[in-house]
Ligand binder design. Structure first.
Ligand code: NAI
Ligand code: MG
Length: 339
């Protein structure tokens, strides 16, 4: 029985890279059945909603989804659909592996995983203005919310991820020296859980700013990193930069019962419809999906073929410094899988 998954092509370059990814999944023999659904600006015309109930029902039913980028209009308009999906299914762990693909960059052989808490911290959006002396915006306040429950489940997720994937060490990055309550609670939980994993996974904690410096100076000292929401947001982009940018950065949003896999990049309106988008980020996200549903063998074959195509320069898209279009690049990966 093939595993049913929800597929949402999304906006901008989404449909182009989704087509490419589905072709490669089929060529690799992935045992999946696609439940095609819509979301984003492109869903507004047909469904009158950027996040139709049918799409939510489909994710609820299948529990696994592959999602293209969704455009969020700045300023007015609807709120981020990506955030709405993460909230709806309580996808508390954002897993972002970074891996060197194109050699000759600033660093070679990077192989790191960042695990970001996806539901708490400053991003809960509890903020307001404080008026003083006739100025309604004299000050602004934002509340950082960290719970024992939220900290425990994300740190445990990081340890379990390390164990399952044969990784040696978890680094918890924090700012507990300054934010003694919120960051202190997160650190306390980490230290306590580390005891349970002693002997199988090493643990260290490090202040967030020093972590940023060491990631640039000597990224090889790290393995799996875990941190709260905003720190994870910032450092995951920094880490994507270590391997050549967002075009190679996959992500999985994982909850207790549901998981949504997506590229880290957005809908790239500047190049949409031109056939030049790099599908690698969504493709590597699909590989994480395959790992998740127990088809790691297929995922490994796709990764090997894709890395081979890029490494040998058989085909490279513009953002990799090449001249190939999306279809040409996809043909090359499919050719390697079938060859
Ligand atoms: P973006 O990631 O879409 O584009 C940034 C730059 O990277 C652009 O120059 C683009 O051409 C390039 N780029 C991105 N993906 C590429 C690919 N696969 N191949 C080649 N080049 C690529 O970020 P931007 O422009 O800030 O956001 C555009 C829209 O996407 C916004 O509405 C934003 O809200 C949304 N977005 C959605 C995300 C999601 O669905 N998870 C994540 C980030 C942004
Ligand atoms: Mg971000």
């Amino acid at each position: 029985m093939p595993t049913p998954i929800t597929v949402i092509p999304g906006d901008g370059i989404g449909p182009e890279v989704t087509d490419a990814v589905l072709r490669i999944l089929n060529a690799a023999g992935a045992d999946l059945e696609y439940d095609h659904q819509i979301a984003g600006v492109s869903a507004l015309d047909t469904a009158k909603s950027p996040l139709p109930q049918e799409t939510l029902d489909s994710i609820e039913r299948n529990r696994v989804a592959l999602k293209g980028p969704l455009t969020t209009p700045s300023g007015s308009g609807f709120r981020s659909i990506n955030v709405a999906i993460r909230k709806e299914f309580d996808l508390f762990a954002n897993v972002r592996p970074v891996h060197t693909i194109v050699p000759g960059g600033r660093y070679e052989d990077i192989d790191l995983v960042l695990i970001r808490e996806n539901t708490e911290g400053l991003y809960v959006g509890v903020e307001h203005y404080i008026g003083m002396e006739g100025d309604p915006k004299a000050a602004a306040e934002s509340v950082m919310i960290i719970t024992r429950f939220g900290s425990e489940r994300i740190v445990r997720f990081a340890f379990e991820y390390a164990k399952k994937n044969g990784r040696k060490r978890v680094t918890l990055a924090h700012k507990a020296n300054i934010l003694k309550y919120t960051q202190g609670l997160f650190l306390d939980v980490g230290k306590r859980l580390a005891g349970e994993y002693a002997g199988s996974v090493e643990f260290e904690d490090r202040i967030i700013d020093a972590t940023a410096m060491y990631l640039v100076l000597d990224p090889y000292r790290f393995d799996v990193l875990v941190m709260e929401n905003m720190f994870g947001d910032i450092l995951s982009d920094l880490m994507a930069g270590l391997v050549g940018g967002l075009g190679f950065a996959p992500a999985g949003n994982i909850g207790q019962d549901h998981a949504v896999f997506e590229a880290v990049h957005g809908s790239a309106p500047d190049i949409a419809g031109q056939g030049v988008a790099n599908p690698t980020s969504l493709l590597l996200s699909a590989c994480l999906l395959l790992d998740h549903v127990g088809q790691s063998g297929v995922a490994t074959r796709i990764r090997d073929s894709t890395f081979g195509v890029v490494r040998d320069g058989v085909a490279r898209t513009r953002d990799m410094g090449g001249k190939s279009g999306t279809v040409e690049f996809t043909d090359a990966v499919v050719g390697r899988l079938e060859g």
